[in-house]
Design a binder for this molecule. Structure first.
Ligand SMILES: [Zn+2]
Length: 265
């Protein structure tokens, strides 16, 4: 049996809203987190831990050619700060009864796009930030809009001038486009393997549903449509339906890309 300090050192800790990149054992044929096949990138299982995940021990189940094993990790509840915003268009905070049908319809379309499960794209790395700019609102903030509690911030806001091009971070299929009540002009991309990314408040949309994209293809431009206080890109990343911090995912993917360099045949 391994000494206790080694066993403790081997346990990966992940914050709620974070990402774990866990090396896969040799001969893995099926990898699951919860009920779903997990996202596999560069021989690692990429687990997205939602903001509402239960703190404590979680595990990935790996079926190999030799049997079944589990990879354990520890989820820790992260205390995200509060953010209080004033939205001048009060209808975007307290929608009118006639807005509710539209909001429900758009919410259903987005849920379906986040629920897409297609084969993971072979070349997700490098996974690039779609636009450069100031991080104006981080992921996970507990939000109060016009002093009323709302859902936590599900993405990362990147401030940039209206008209700045937004590039696909990696190959994808366009899962959904639309002009939505809260998100304004919106694009959702399916990268396969349960990895879905969303781009909100666009000034212009340059892609169509079903279109296949390469890394760096322009999907549209930064704008201030929907519920905003100024021009920015709202960028959401979802893994198997769980929203995670885009900065954490980019860091995890950067590390994998660095490991992969030089090991190719
Ligand atoms: Zn946002």
């Amino acid at each position: 049996m391994a000494p206790l300090f080694l066993m403790l050192a081997a346990t990966v800790t992940v914050n709620t809203g974070g990402v774990a990149a866990l090396p896969l054992p040799a001969g893995a044929v099926d990898v699951r987190y919860g009920d779903e096949p997990a996202l596999i990138v560069a021989d690692h299982v990429i687990v997205g831990v939602g903001l509402n995940a239960a703190p404590g021990r979680h595990h990935v189940v790996v079926r190999t050619t030799n049997g079944e094993e589990t990879i354990d990790f520890e989820v820790v509840a992260k205390a995200y700060p509060e953010q209080r915003l004033t939205i001048p268009d009060t209808r975007k905070v307290n929608p009118l009864p006639e807005d509710m049908e539209r909001i429900a319809r758009e919410s259903k379309l987005q849920r379906a796009a986040y629920a897409r499960r297609t084969p993971v794209r072979a070349d997700l790395l490098p996974f690039k930030q779609p636009v450069q700019g100031i991080y104006s609102s981080p992921f996970g903030l507990r939000r109060f809009l016009n002093d009323q509690p709302r859902s936590p911030h599900s993405g990362l806001d990147i401030a940039a001038a209206t008209g700045t091009p937004i590039a696909a971070p990696a190959p994808a299929t366009v899962a959904l486009t639309g002009d939505f009540f809260f998100s304004g002009n919106v694009v959702l991309l399916d990268h396969g393997g349960g990895l879905v990314t969303m781009y909100g408040h666009l000034d212009r949309i340059d892609v169509e549903e079903g279109q296949d994209l390469d890394r760096d293809d322009v999907i549209g431009t930064v704008g201030a449509t929907g519920r905003v206080t100024g021009p920015h890109l709202h960028w959401t990343i979802s893994i198997q339906g769980d929203r995670v911090d885009p900065i954490i995912l980019m860091e995890a993917f950067d590390e994998l890309a660095a490991e992969t360099v030089g090991t190719a045949d």
